[in-house]
Design a protein. Structure first.
Length: 130
C-alpha cells in the first residue's frame, strides 16, 4: 500500500505571524494535530506546527500562547513523503526522524499529510487487541 492510499488530503494552514493561541484554536476547531505554515503570498510552504510543538515549546515552559508567534515554534526542516512511497517506508522515516506525521509532496506541490495514525488505520492495526 502506498502513502497516497492512506494520506489525508485535508490540509489546514496558518500564517507564520499568527500567535500560538490562534494556531491552537484552529487545530481545536478543526480536530487537527498539525498545521502547515505559509510564508508568503505565493503560498509557498515554509514549515509546520504541531500539537507537540505547542506543548513542548509553549505550554511546558509556561509561555503566554497569545505572545508567542507561530514563526518562533514551527518546524522548518520538514521531513516529507511522496504519494508513491510505501507505507512501510513512510513509517520507517517517521520512526527514524521521531515525527508523528509528514507532509506529502508531489514534486513541489503539497498534496496531503500522512500521520502514523493514518498508517495504522490503513494497515488494519488500529482497534485490534494485542
Amino acid at each position: 500500500m502506498k502513502v497516497k492510499d492512506a494520506m489525508s488530503k485535508r490540509i489546514m494552514f496558518v500564517g507564520k505571524d499568527a500567535t500560538a493561541a490562534q494556531a491552537m484554536r484552529i487545530m481545536a476547531e478543526n480536530n487537527m494535530r498539525r498545521l502547515m505554515v505559509e510564508v508568503d503570498k505565493a503560498g509557498e510552504i515554509y514549515g509546520a506546527v504541531t500539537v507537540r510543538d505547542m506543548i513542548a515549546k509553549v505550554i511546558a515552559p509556561g509561555l503566554d500562547p497569545t505572545a508567542v508567534r507561530v514563526a518562533d515554534i514551527m518546524n522548518v526542516k520538514l521531513v516529507a513523503a511522496s504519494p508513491e512511497d510505501s507505507l512501510q517506508d513512510a513509517a520507517k522515516v517517521m520512526e527514524e526522524k521521531n515525527v508523528a506525521g509528514m507532509p506529502v509532496f508531489e514534486g513541489t506541490k503539497l498534496v496531503g499529510v500522512i500521520a502514523m495514525w493514518d498508517i495504522l488505520i490503513a494497515l488494519g492495526v488500529h482497534g485490534k487487541a494485542s
